[in-house]
Design a protein around this ligand. Structure first.
Ligand code: 5RP
Length: 218
């Protein structure tokens, strides 16, 4: 199976975690696109979705789902999203698609985070995938200098986020303590969100492998 087939496999498996009749949190990315397709085909009744990006919102609406603003609801049962890297403690690097801020907000109010990923995303130590950091435009250079002091090599992405901000992709960071690194980068003035999801990591991991979907729970 190629990578897309592995993504499709976990996306289809994630449908079993959707709670019928409850608001669903929906992440962003190619794996999530497969999940939205599978959800539409399943016929499960989802009263509304909270979306983490304009990309997912467009796809959800096109397939007939109702998308609501997070301010309109009090809680989300399940949040389904992908990852760029995930370690044994279910800490993740996310933001390869640039949706990290809204993803982190939706994850923070969700009771259960179901991560769907192909096997290549599972790592022993986070940091091979460049760490995305969403930054207020006026702070790109000051934040970049700070990230260099941490030992990273920040590269500005040619991309503007759904929130009108910029992304610095930080290469060369070895992230031995993801919780501490998340706090440290978050505290830098001008940083909107760091794409480390360690303080609120995943609860369930569905990993697509050549031998089928491997499920692990925290
Ligand atoms: C988007 C994300 C995605 O979940 C992550 O980039 C994985 O994407 P894909 O499913 O396309 O491999 O964090 O901001």
């Amino acid at each position: 199976m190629d990578q897309n087939q592995l993504k499709k496999q976990v996306a289809e498996a994630a449908v079993a975690y959707v709670q019928p009749g409850k608001v669903l949190g929906v992440g962003t990315g190619s794996t999530v696109d497969f999940f939205i397709d599978a959800l539409a085909q399943s016929g499960i009744e989802v009263p509304a979705c909270v979306s983490s990006s304009e990309r997912s919102t467009r796809k959800l609406l096109a397939l007939g789902f109702k998308v609501v603003d997070l301010n309109e609801i009090e809680s989300i049962g399940v949040y389904v999203d992908g990852a760029d890297e995930i370690d044994a403690s279910f800490a993740m690097i996310k933001g390869g698609g640039g949706a990290l801020t809204r993803e982190k907000i939706v994850a923070s109010v969700s009771e259960r985070f179901v991560c769907i990923a192909d096997g290549s995303k599972k790592v022993d130590c986070l940091g091979t995938f460049p760490l995305p950091v969403e930054v207020i435009p006026m702070a790109v250079q000051s934040v970049a200098r700070f990230l260099k002091e941490l030992g990273g090599e920040p590269v500005e992405r040619d991309f503007t986020t759904d929130n009108g901000n910029r992304i610095l992709d930080v290469h060369g960071l070895r992230i031995d303590d993801p919780v501490a690194m998340e706090s440290r980068i978050n505290q830098m003035p001008g940083v909107v969100t760091v794409g480390l999801f360690a303080q609120r990591g995943a609860d369930v991991l569905l990993l697509g492998t050549q031998d089928g979907v491997v499920t692990s729970q925290k």
